[in-house]
Each structure stands twice: as C-alpha cells, then as structure tokens.
Design a protein around this ligand. Sequence first.
Ligand code: UDX
Length: 449
Amino acid sequence: MKIAMIGAGYVGLVSGACFSDFGHDVVCIDISEDKIARLKRGEIPIYEPGLETLVETNARAGRLSFTTDLNAAVADADVVFIAVGTPSRRGDGHADLSYVYVAAADIARAVTGFTVIVTKSTVPVGTGDAVERIIADTNPDADCVVVSNPEFLREGAAIDDFKRPDRIVVGLEDDRARPVMEEVYRPLYLNQAPLMFTGRRTAELIKYAANGFLAMKITFINEIADLCEKAGGDVQAVARGIGLDNRIGAKFLNAGPGYGGSCFPKDTLALVKTGQDYEAPLRLIETTVAVNDTRKRAMGRKVIAACGGDVRGKTIGLLGLTFKPETDDMRDAPSIAIVQTLLDAGARVRAYDPEGMEMAKTVLDGVEYGADAYDVARGAECLVLVTEWNQFRSLDLDRVKSLLASPVLVDLRNVYRRAEVEKAGLAYISIGRSDQVPVLDPVQTDAAE
Ligand code: UDX
C-alpha cells in the first residue's frame, strides 16, 4: 500500500512510522519546511519513547520518507490520511477544522485514480460529510471515498497503543473502502485486533465518547478522593475495590491533580459544544470539564495549606511539569494552574522536569529551574510531586529531608507510602488518603438538632 500522511505532528508521525513498520510505503507531508528538514536528518521533533528508532529503521529501509510536496505524495497514494491539528477554536471551544478543510481541498486537487481519504484527526460528528463535500466541490472528477479512523494513542505509550490496540474503529459509507482499510491494518487484523466497521458519523462519535468517558472516570475518582480526605478513607483502596468489578474496570482510576494534555481538555470541550448544537446536552461532560478546571487551582491551594496557609516569599519546589510522564508536552498541564496559584500567593517557584523544561519555559512565566529533584528541594519550604516520572518514584527521602528548609512532601500522584515518608522525618500530604477519623456522625439527621 502507498500511504500519504498529511501532518507530521504527533499523530501523523507515530501513525506514519508504525504503518511503514507494517511494510507499507509511507510519505509524511508537512507544511513546515523546518520540521521536514529535521525529520530527513533523523531528528524527531517530539519526545516519544521508541519513535526515533522506529523512524530511523524504516527511513533507512526506504519505506518512510518526508516531504513538503503534498501534490506528488497524494497523486501517488492509495490511501491518504489527514492527521492535522484540530485545536480548540478561540472563543467558543469548538474544534477548529480549518486545517482539515484545507487538507481536503489540497487532496482533491492532487488526487489521481481511486483513493481512500481517511480522517485520523479528532473531528466532530459530521466532519467526514463536510470533507466529502469539499472534495466533490473542488474536483468533481475525483474518485475518492472518505473514511473516519480515529486514533486512541496515549502520549508516552503511543507506539505500543498503535501496535497493540484494544480495537480499530473504521467508519465508512462506501464499501469500496473496506478491503483497503483491511489491507492497511493487515498485521494487526491478523493478530486478532478487533477491526470494527461502522457508519462514519458513529466512528466520529466513538472517539469523543471514549475520551469523554475516560475524562469523566478520572474526574469521578478525583471527587471520591476529596470525599476520602474529608470522610477518612483511602482512595487507592476504593479505586481497587471498585475497579475489580469488570463492569467498572481498573484503568483510569488514579486520583491526581486533574487531567491535562492535548486531548481530554480539548475533546471534552468540543463534545459539550456538539451536544449543545444538536440540542442533546451532555451534562455529565459539562460538569466534568468544570470540576476538572476547578481542581487544578485547588491543587495550588492544597500546597499553600500544606505550607501553613502562607507562602509569601517562600520557595516551593515542583517535581514534574508535563501533563504526564514520558512526554515533553505541557499542553493544559495541571502544573500551569498550580504554578499560577502559587505565584499569585507570592511564592517563588523552582521546578525540574526530565523532558518538559524547554516547553515549560514557553508557557510558564516567573519559574526558576533546577538541575534535578535534589537541586529543586534545596532550601524549599515544601517539595511537590506534580508529575509521576519514574525518577521521582525512588527519591532518597533522607537526602530530601536534609535539603528542604521545612520538611514537607506534597505528593499529588500518590507515588509514596505515608510510613516511608514519615520515617524520613517529612510531613506527608497526598491525594485522597486521610488517616484522620472525622468527628461527624456517620448520618446527619434532623433529630440531632
Ligand atoms: C488520551 C487518551 O488516553 C487517548 O486514547 C487519546 O487518543 C488521546 O488522549 P493522553 O492525553 O496521551 O491520551 O494521555 P492519558 O494517559 O490518557 O492521560 C491524560 C491525562 O489524564 C493526564 O493528565 C493523566 O495524568 C491523567 N490521568 C490519567 C489521571 O489523572 N488518572 C488516570 O487514572 C489516568
């Protein structure tokens, strides 16, 4: 199969590299000359474990190449993927589809012979229909079918997610695309990965419903964590206790500082807008968005409370800034709101992140950076674990204690056990794990008045 991948961003690059690894002939296209030049030199513009080797191996084997020449790549292709960005539109939270529409018109002008056009970008329901119209309007002679094939890749684990998917969703309205898509995913298909064919609108909705549900699941356990802190309980045990029920499932029940990243915040917002447009409001998702937004700043206040309620002139050390480990991505990271809350309260913030500091410098104002976790701990009033990078999981707590100005560890990812931290002489504040038994009666009744 000859595949053209439009957009050499996160999704395009990972998908293109993986398709070439399946043996397909893949050309990744991007408008950024600089990005393409770097990729040709083997430089990967994003941090994603395993991607550099995958790109290098397949480029050397001649199966993966990079270009800015969309026309030639599309003319030659059997399948054209659209993997351009769909950021939140400024002002209303809708997905901005302008890049998708430009790509559709460009494809229409360049296409030759029967070609399957696949939307991989996350796009609202009905976008496939719009892409089809643009292609027909731009070039009535184009022999194309438009397919929706959403991605479910997690940053930091994207290659594994691509090669070992829970399912592959293909939404189509024209059966001519079916054997082509089976061929594209042949190695996975042969490995029994469920390849689910459905209508195009349904496929578009599956992507948003999946991300909306996962965001809701995280937000649910975060609220249970708050209740555990007040009522006396351990959220991790609650999560395990409910997650062992197969109807609920154990994954995505880690309480933390709120979800961030390039997908959940943007996709939940877009889903809310779509619900409003179709007069089918998604109140659970609306609430999820609101609760998660509030939570991020609340985490800053939690740190302030851990420092006795006043952080003016005090230095707070932050470990981890990216929205999750194994990425350099700072988009909608909880650290942004946490840093702002601390700076607003008059604190000095020192931070360290293994991969995210370069991007953090473009997003965060007024933060100082340390060389490693211990450098950040030195002289700080409190050390806050924000992102659970592996290197923060086994800190020398005695050393941390000796470096801190005041011995407090706030663990927003529940990486440590209270006993080990307290043994090192540090006060320990985590998420949803209270050992204080509340003074309230278990059931508040009017009779008590
Ligand atoms: C997500 C989806 O998982 C993926 O299928 C989709 O295609 C893109 O969006 P990603 O944003 O890369 O992937 O990361 P993910 O691992 O899902 O984490 C998202 C956020 O939720 C992070 O901020 C993470 O810290 C948080 N999270 C995740 C929790 O707080 N608790 C959890 O249990 C899981």
